[in-house]
Every structure is written in structure tokens, then in C-alpha cells.
Design a protein around this ligand. Structure first.
Ligand code: CMC
Length: 430
């Protein structure tokens, strides 16, 4: 017999609620019939205790610092796999065989160009527009070119639309960068790998050849893998909410990009480096900043620290700390910000405020230093996060559509405003 939770309400109603168990023995109380049966709703600002779906994509155990995509530990994928293989895994549920991978990679590289008319859209943005705005607008605009993309996830549709999205997002991102530095756009090249093609579009110029550094290419591959999905975070939930209204996958992913942009989510990677830079310019002392972060009257937070789900080391941050050291050494980069970051981390991890609240560094704490070392400009950091996250958003959108229990996302509220009153003509208002 399956477990039940017993709920007794102040007005004497009594309800038995089914208790569901996840793969790792996580428990969930199914309240889907609560309102219908009792008239009550639940209140949970920020969805701190609320699961919105059953999902088989990503497993995250924040207490023990575990992250798995479709059951595969992130450490193994980071060491052995490629970004496009991980993308296939997330979207299709299984690792591809040789032919499946070949076809997937080929399909992605064939779709990297954007419609030539879209080039002109870039002219409309001011030169200092944040590339995340450009990225989201352009991804949304793809719906205008692929009008057949519907809000329903037929597998044939999704095959082509996911290849287009994963491919074109790199071209759009690189064009947004070129726009910001006033350089000519560099078109995609099919013969290059996914990451090599992106780096070429970002950094090649007509005046001289661009020499690709394999160390940078591999580092980028790894960064994209680590960002590929992270279960029901703010942007993935946004993609699901928007997609639940039957909006197409381009519109849904464009909304996810905007959710990601916020400094409490993906925008944190830009904020971390800006914070480290500020500390550096301020003489490099960290105690003032640690005190500010602990002061409840200050709005300052230690960016790149703390996570809703991780109450232990973020496993991605563990991988990145090692990568950061390796990449800086290999590229011969001596970044004073790394020293400040390591001091901040050490101090915060031995400070009661951070220990009591289980605030650990997340992946954003290290990515910025690595992006700087491989030449990615600060305002592109969150765009890099988005490039990595596209397969995850597609997988979440697809799973949502395939779930027979899925309904349009439409939360309730507890209304606490004025009760009914009569309209007063303006002349009678004081
Ligand atoms: N610096 C100082 N204090 C912090 C921090 C921080 N970075 N993060 C949380 N706290 C404190 C917070 O003030 C609160 O203290 P108290 O219990 O005394 O009121 C306690 O820790 C719990 O924090 P919360 O804000 O209630 O936790 P949350 O789960 O709602 O927020 C968070 C999670 C990520 C928004 C938050 O930790 C934060 O603002 N961190 C800095 C921004 C950041 O790095 N975001 C990237 C997150 S990882 C990438 C991603 O997946 O998006």
C-alpha cells in the first residue's frame, strides 16, 4: 500500500494525501486534489517547498553535493563526454550510439547560419545593449522564420527545432559580441567543432588568421557541459511555465534566457567578477566585504555564494576549481582576482555566518575567472551560461509536453487586498 499523509484542517475537514517517492527515496506529498476537495490552497513564496513536476532529466542532491544528468554523474560527463553528446543525452534520455551522434552533430552544424535578414536586426540595438537582451530577442525572432514550430512537441518538429536552437544560439551570441565591439560578423564554418566554431565566430577578424588554442576549446567544452541542465531552477521553470501555455520552443527558451539574466541566477557570474574587481581596486582586502555580506542591513551579498538547493559544495564548483588552476597555469595567466577569490572562499568557509547558513561557492564563483583567462569579455559571461543551458531548457520543454499530467501553469494566490467597495467619481475623491 502506498504511503499517505494525513491533513486535518481547522474547520474539521480531514484529508488523506498520497505520498510519492522519487528514485533516491525523496518524498513528495501530492496535493493536486487539495483545493477541489477542501477549498484550501497552499502558500509557498519562491516555491521553496513545492515540486512542480516529476522529472527524469537531472538528479540533484544538494545535501550531499551530487549532480547527475539522466543518471550519469557530472564528474564522469565532464571528464569523458562532449557538449553535443551531453545535449543529446539530456534531450533524448540516453547516450547516442555512433550513428546517432554523427547525425546529431551534423544536423547542428548544418543549422548554424541564421536567416540573412536577421543580420539587420542587430543594427537596431545600441552598441552598449547587453548581449543577453540581444540573445533573447533574436531567439524569440526565430519563431518568425520557423512559423511551423508549434507549441506541441511532435518528435520530428523537436528534432529540427532543437538542432536549430543549439546551433543558432552560438551564431547569435557571437554576432551580439561583434556588434558590441564594432567588428564584422564572422559566419559559421561547418567543418569546425561546436566550440571551435563559436570561438572562431567570436574572435576571428578578416585582417588576420585566428589560431584556435585546443586548451581553450576543451575548456569551453567542459564549461558548457557543466551548465547544460540544473533541474527546476528559475529559468528552467520559466521555460516550462511559458511552454505550458503552448508557446513554441523558441518563445519558451527566449523567456528562459531573460530569467537567467538576473543577478541572483545566471547573471551572478558577471557579478562575481565585478565584485572581485571592486575588491582588487579597493586594495585587495576582503574583511570589509565579508562583514558587508554578513550585515543584514546591507544589500551586499557575496556573489557566487549560496544556493537554494546546494547545502554542501556544488560539485560543478569542485571541478571548476581544479580546471581554473590548470587553465591559468597552461595559458600562463596570472590573475590577481583568483587570489582574492581563494581568500574569500577560505575565509567564508570558516566563518560561522556562512557555516550556519550552509553557504558554499557555486559554479559562478569560478567561471568568470576562467572566462577571463580564455578571453571572453565580462558582459558575455551570462551568455556563455545560456549557450550551455539551451539543451537543458529544450529537454525540460519536451518532458513537460510529454507528461500526460501537465496542465497550463497557473498558480493561485491568497488575496489580502481591499474587499469590495464602490467607485467614486474623481471630484468626490479627497
Ligand atoms: N551572501 C551573504 N548572505 C547570503 C548569501 C550570500 N551570497 N546567500 C544567502 N545568504 C543568507 C541570506 O541573507 C539568508 O540569511 P538569513 O537566514 O539570516 O536571513 C540565508 O543566507 C538564506 O538565504 P536566502 O536568500 O533565504 O536563500 P535563497 O535560497 O532564497 O537564495 C540565492 C539563494 C542563490 C538567491 C542566494 O544564496 C544569493 O543571493 N546568492 C548570491 C547570488 C548568486 O550567487 N546566485 C547564483 C546562484 S547559483 C547559479 C544558478 O543556479 O543560478
Amino acid at each position: 500500500m502506498s504511503a499517505i499523509a494525513k491533513l486535518s484542517l481547522p474547520d474539521g475537514q480531514y484529508l488523506e494525501l498520497p505520498v510519492l517517492t522519487g528514485t533516491a527515496n525523496e518524498k513528495a506529498i501530492d496535493i493536486s486534489k487539495l483545493r477541489k476537495k477542501t477549498g484550501y490552497i497552499t502558500l509557498d513564496p519562491g516555491f521553496v517547498n513545492t515540486g512542480t513536476c516529476e522529472s527524469a532529466i537531472t538528479f540533484l542532491d544538494g545535501e550531499n553535493g551530487i549532480l547527475q544528468f539522466r543518471g550519469y554523474p557530472i564528474e564522469q560527463l565532464a571528464a569523458e563526454s562532449t557538449f553535443l553528446e551531453v545535449a543529446y543525452l539530456l534531450i533524448h534520455g540516453e547516450l547516442p550510439d555512433k550513428t546517432q551522434l554523427y547525425n546529431f552533430v551534423e544536423r547542428v552544424s548544418l543549422h548554424a547560419m541564421i536567416h540573412e535578414d536577421m543580420r539587420h536586426f542587430f543594427d537596431g540595438f545600441s552598441q552598449n545593449a547587453h548581449p543577453m537582451v540581444i540573445l533573447s530577442s533574436m531567439i524569440s525572432s526565430l519563431s518568425a522564420y520557423y512559423v511551423e514550430a508549434s507549441g506541441k512537441a511532435s518528435i520530428e518538429d523537436l528534432e529540427i527545432n532543437s538542432a536549430r536552437l543549439i546551433a543558432k544560439v552560438t551564431t547569435i551570441a557571437a554576432f551580439a559580441y561583434k556588434k558590441s565591439v564594432g567588428q564584422p560578423f564572422v559566419y559559421p564554418r561547418d567543418e569546425l567543432s561546436y566550440c571551435a566554431n563559436f570561438l572562431n565566430m567570436m574572435f576571428a577578424v578578416p585582417a588576420e588568421p585566428y589560431e584556435l588554442d585546443p586548451e581553450i576549446e576543451r575548456t569551453l567544452e567542459l564549461l558548457l557541459i557543466l551548465h547544460a541542465d540544473h533541474e527546476q531552477n528559475c529559468s528552467a521553470s520559466t521555460v516550462r511555465v511559458v511552454g505550458s501555455s503552448m508557446a513554441n520552443v523558441y518563445a519558451s527558451v527566449a523567456s528562459g534566457i531573460l530569467a537567467l539574466w538576473g543577478p541572483l541566477h545566471g547573471g551572478a557570474n558577471q557579478q562575481v567578477v565585478q565584485m572581485l574587481q571592486q575588491i582588487h581596486e579597493d586594495g585587495g582586502g576582503i574583511s570589509k566585504y565579508i562583514e558587508m555580506a554578513k550585515n543584514q542591513n546591507s544589500e551586499f551579498r557575496l556573489m557566487g555564494f549560496g544556493h537554494r538547493v546546494y547545502k554542501n559544495f556544488d560539485p560543478r564548483a569542485k571541478i571548476l576549481k581544479v580546471v581554473c588552476d590548470r587553465v591559468l597555469n597552461k595559458l600562463g595567466v596570472n590573475d590577481p582576482l583568483l587570489e582574492i577569490a581563494l581568500k574569500l572562499e577560505k575565509t567564508a568557509l570558516s566563518d560561522d555566518y556562512f557555516i550556519e547558513r550552509k553557504l558554499y561557492p557555486t559554479l559562478d564563483f569560478y567561471t568568470g575567472i576562467i572566462y577571463r583567462a580564455i578571453g571572453i569579455p565580462v558582459n558575455m559571461f551570462t551568455v556563455m551560461f545560456a549557450l550551455g543551458r539551451v539543451p537543458g531548457w529544450i529537454a525540460q520543454w519536451k518532458e513537460m509536453h510529454e507528461d500526460p499530467k501537465q496542465k497550463i501553469a497557473r498558480p493561485r494566490q491568497l488575496y489580502v487586498g481591499q474587499s469590495e467597495r464602490s467607485y467614486k467619481p474623481i471630484a468626490e475623491r479627497l
